[in-house]
Every structure is written in structure tokens, then in C-alpha cells.
Design a protein around this ligand. Structure first.
Ligand SMILES: Cc1ncc(COP(=O)(O)O)c(C=O)c1O
Length: 308
């Protein structure tokens, strides 16, 4: 990241950062584009500002830049690890997106919510570094690295937006509690965050490997594991729309599992069925048994729905 201290605004997480940006840059009725499927919390947040939120398809290279609506004033993307499907925004799409934003006078939110946990390839340069035009607002969070309950994140803003961001803070929240921020600063400068990340990366990489392999063994044929280079969940997607009539989610809960449904991440188009499977919160010895229960429930659902 290339930034001076005054470009960094501490927020109560990534969602709060998006909220501040929307207040500064947009007016009710403006168009915002986001990935489809995408992060539903941000879609709802932007709608609550009276914005026209449109979904833009993603393919293997991330958001399809050619499909952006010309009137979009803001584009929200997750380039390091697309939420929820997991692909990385390719290098040429990164440049295409920045070109598009420059030509159309739009800003870009780069939500880098979980790339501290990168399991395989080297990261591509963030949009924020490639941006020569002051278009990109980089959003980070401590929700995945430390705790979602900590409610701390940040936005790195281009110099031109600093006065407006400062002004909006004065009339909204000032900042998250400075006592928590001070404790976090000591945690970071004391080297504890780095140490924690080193340990956590090794633990999560192992849980991820176990989950990936266990899924390969028992996932019913109608589901596919989606590759992901980073993050704390794996996504499995079905080759068709969600079933109606039999509640797999309730059956999973009865067996003690809670998985996010992929369909909830589709806001603008026909959803695919599937699940987001978090592995960070499962003790390592429980990963394989949990996958067993999960895939057994999926297989039972398929037989009840007559679609093995
Ligand atoms: C795409 C995405 N962005 C950001 C976050 C974290 O948001 P916050 O920092 O507001 O808790 C999440 C959490 O799941 C997420 O999935």
C-alpha cells in the first residue's frame, strides 16, 4: 500500500467504511455497481442510502468490466478474493476497471476483507497501488484477522477526498473508541499481530486443506468445490437453482452445522444453490467429521428431492 497517515481513516469495520464513502460521494438516485453474486450487507447498505444498486456479472477473471452500467458513479469490488465465489480479479481486468473508472468519472471501492489469509499464489498488486488517478478507496478490516466483534477497520482514501471525509466524520461518528484503537496500535507495534497472523495462517491453511480434500471425497456429484486462493471459507456450488420443498438448511442445523447459503449472495439475478463453508471456527480434528455430516445431509436432500 502507498499511503500517508492522513489518508487512513479508522472505521468500525468495512461496512462502516463503505457507509462513509457513500455519504461523501453519492446522492440518492445515483447508480452504484457491485459484483453479482456479491456481499449482501453492502448491497443493503447502499440501498438504504437511496442509491440504485445494480449487479454486474463475474467470470473467471472477476467483475466483467464491459458489463458496467455507464451511469455508475461508484463500483464496489472484492478483487483479492471475490466474495463469495473466490476468484481473483485478473491483472488485465484491474487495468480495465481503472480505465473505465477514469473514462466515466467513477470511484472504486476495493474491499480487501480477507487477503491476510492467502493460501496459495502471490497476490496481484492492489487496485489502490495501480491507481494513478485518485479513483480507488481501499477498505480493510480486522474482522477476519482478529475478531468481527472488535469492530475496527479502515479506509485509505485519495488525497482529493480527505476534506470531505473529515467533514462527514465530524457530523457522524468522530471515530471508533480511541481506547480500543490504542490497544490495537500497541498490539501491532509490539509485533503481536504479525505473530498471530503467522500462527493463524498455518492453522487455517491446514483446516482449509482438510476441508478441500474431505469435500473431494464425499461431495454429491451435483456440487462443485470452487477454488479460492485466500480467505476463511470454501464455496460449493450446485449445477442448478436452489431446491424448493425440502429445507436443507434446517436439516444442517438439526445436525449442528450452520452454513451460509450461496443463494443469499445473489441480489439481482437467478441464484445458484450452494454453501459457504467456514473452516476457521472449526477445531482442526472436527473439520473432516463436519464435512461428512454436511455431505451426508446434501446426499439425503438429493434423494428426497429425487435429484441424486
Ligand atoms: C466481502 C466482505 N467484506 C467485509 C467483511 C467484513 O465487514 P466488517 O468489517 O464490516 O465486519 C466481510 C465479512 O464477512 C465480507 O464478507
Amino acid at each position: 500500500m502507498v499511503a500517508t497517515a492522513d489518508q487512513v481513516f479508522v472505521t468500525a469495520g468495512a461496512g462502516h467504511a463503505v457507509d462513509l464513502i457513500a455519504r461523501v460521494l453519492l446522492e440518492p438516485g445515483d447508480t452504484v455497481a457491485m459484483e453479482e453474486p456479491g456481499y449482501p450487507v453492502v448491497a443493503e447498505l447502499l440501498c438504504s442510502h437511496g442509491l440504485r444498486v445494480t449487479g454486474v456479472p463475474v467470470d473467471d477473471e472477476g467483475i466483467v468490466v464491459d458489463a458496467l452500467p455507464a451511469q455508475a458513479k461508484l463500483i464496489y469490488v472484492t478483487p483479492s478474493h471475490q466474495f463469495p465465489l473466490g476468484m481473483v480479479l485478473s491483472r488485465r481486468r484491474r487495468y480495465a476497471l481503472l480505465d473505465w473508472a477514469g473514462t466515466n468519472g467513477a470511484a472504486v471501492i476495493e474491499d480487501d476483507y480477507d487477503s491476510e489469509f492467502r493460501h496459495t499464489a502471490r497476490p496481484l498488486e492492489p487496485l489502490q497501488r495501480l491507481d494513478r488517478d485518485g479513483r480507488v478507496l481501499y477498505v480493510g478490516t480486522f474482522a477476519k484477522t482478529l475478531s468481527a466483534g472488535l469492530r475496527l477497520g479502515f479506509v485509505i482514501a485519495p488525497a482529493t477526498l480527505l476534506p470531505a471525509l473529515r467533514a462527514i466524520r465530524q457530523v457522524t461518528d468522530w471515530s471508533p473508541p480511541t481506547t480500543t484503537q490504542t490497544a490495537l496500535v500497541e498490539f501491532i507495534t509490539g509485533g503481536y499481530l504479525d505473530r498471530h497472523l503467522r500462527r493463524a495462517r498455518a492453522v487455517y491453511a491446514e483446516r482449509r486443506r482438510l476441508m478441500w480434500e474431505a469435500l473431494a471425497e464425499s461431495l454429491p456429484a451435483r456440487y462443485r468445490r470452487l477454488p479460492a486462493v485466500a480467505g476463511l471459507h470454501l464455496t460449493v456450488r450446485a449445477d442448478r437453482a436452489p431446491d424448493s420443498g425440502y429445507d436443507t438448511d434446517a436439516a444442517l442445523r438439526r445436525r449442528g452445522l450452520r452454513c451460509s447459503l450461496l443463494e443469499t449472495t445473489y441480489q439481482f439475478s437467478q441464484p445458484s444453490a450452494g454453501y459457504l463453508l467456514g473452516f476457521a471456527g472449526l477445531a482442526t480434528p472436527l473439520v473432516q467429521p463436519a464435512v461428512q455430516v454436511f455431505t451426508t445431509v446434501l446426499a439425503e436432500t438429493a434423494s428426497r428431492c429425487g435429484s441424486a
